[in-house]
Design a protein around this ligand. Structure first.
Ligand SMILES: Cc1cc2nc3c(=O)[nH]c(=O)nc-3n(C[C@H](O)[C@H](O)[C@H](O)COP(=O)(O)OP(=O)(O)OC[C@H]3O[C@@H](n4cnc5c(N)ncnc54)[C@H](O)[C@@H]3O)c2cc1C
Length: 317
């Protein structure tokens, strides 16, 4: 760790403008669903949006640009971790519910709120619209960044607006209003990486207490389907490659047809039951996973002519 980032981090930690936690040499593997990766030289977990903005501004004044960590469910963190700072949204997790013009519900969730917690809360209140995201790992901020898609429904289908800190404008708090032209399959207006999402407002149906049981059952059904598909049997980061209509079939089917299910590098393995999942059988490293991904891309490219594009995000040094 350079003395400069440590000094900047100490300034943040000791400032009255920062509420939250800050650690040095913090292990990241337990904070990801793939369970790989090294440490963050500095790990910041702000307690509120003001503290997040203060930390980001202070880092940026010294030339540092922290990586934003949500639920870590779409990431392959490098084995050497981050020599810079990682900012976790975990504690920005307040959820509130209101109705607008008596015509729809607005669920306002801090970006670190777990998507699945929002699903459960909505079901308890009889608010329809979130059920298909039941069991989706990670935070609502990450789901918004990735434009997560479950059972043919994208997060963009239910977004009303998003509050973010604009890195291009000294982390000023701004509001983005949904515009369909900014969104596409697994694409959001946030992927460029300069907008730090702090709150997501979701547009959902008005509450109907008669629907509680049905919504709970629907959510449970989607979770059971994921369990049955082996989503939670081993650590993973979900689908490794994006689907692409021009392939004519899901990426997982292409990988399967190329005979790659079960292929391993170290403890990283193409799930024997799902061509588009890489699982960590215990001691996989990020490097094992990267090599396996490259092998799959090579074989599929040679056999089919298609280029598989990773959906997982490689991050770190
Ligand atoms: C078992 C399993 C099943 C899955 N199933 C699905 C599925 O059905 N559909 C699907 O779409 N995905 C799926 N995923 C992938 C993943 O869960 C989603 O993409 C999830 O929404 C990512 O959220 P996260 O908080 O974990 O993001 P992270 O993995 O923490 O981050 C992902 C990216 O978003 C950025 N980011 C996170 N939060 C913010 C923020 N507040 N502001 C700015 N940038 C931010 C990060 O910097 C990173 O670049 C699955 C993953 C697993 C492990």
């Amino acid at each position: 760790m350079t003395s400069s980032i440590r000094k900047t981090a100490e300034t943040i930690k000791n400032s009255p403008f920062f509420k939250g936690s800050l650690y040095f040499d913090h292990p990241l593997a337990p904070l990801t669903t793939m369970h790989v990766g090294g440490k963050a030289a500095v790990f910041v977990e702000p307690q509120d949006v003001e503290s997040a903005a203060f930390a980001l501004k202070t880092f940026s004044q010294e030339g540092f640009c922290p990586f934003i960590l949500g639920g870590g469910s779409n990431l392959i963190v490098s084995d050497s971790g981050f020599s810079q700072a990682v900012l976790s949204t975990k504690r920005l997790c307040d959820i509130s519910i209101s109705t607008k013009d008596n015509s729809y519900t607005v669920v306002s969730a801090g970006s670190g709120a777990k998507t699945d917690d929002i699903v459960s809360l909505c079901a308890q209140k009889g608010i329809a619209g979130m059920q298909k995201f039941a069991g989706l790992p990670g935070s609502i901020g990450g789901a918004c960044f990735m434009n997560a898609r479950c059972y043919e429904k994208s997060i963009s289908d239910i977004i009303e607006s998003v509050s973010y800190l604009d890195a291009k404008d000294n982390y000023t708090l701004k509001e983005y209003s949904f515009d369909s032209k900014d969104w596409a399959y697994k694409h959001s207006p946030f992927v460029e990486g300069t907008k730090i999402i702090v709150q997501v407002k979701l547009k959902l149906a008005l509450p109907n207490l008669d629907a509680v049981q049905r919504l709970n059952n629907e959510g449970k059904g989607y979770i059971a389907d994921r369990e049955q598909k082996g989503h939670f049997s081993y650590p993973s980061a979900g689908s490794v490659f994006k689907n692409n209509r021009s392939f004519g079939k899901p990426s997982g089917a292409l990988i399967d047809e190329c005979g790659l299910k079960g292929l391993s590098v170290g403890d990283a393995q193409i799930a024997p039951w799902h061509g588009n999942f890489i699982i960590n059988k215990g001691k996989a490293s990020a490097s094992d996973i990267r090599q396996l991904i490259e092998q799959v891309q090579k074989v599929v490219g040679e056999k089919t002519g298609f280029t598989l594009e990773p959906e997982v995000i490689f991050c770190g040094n």
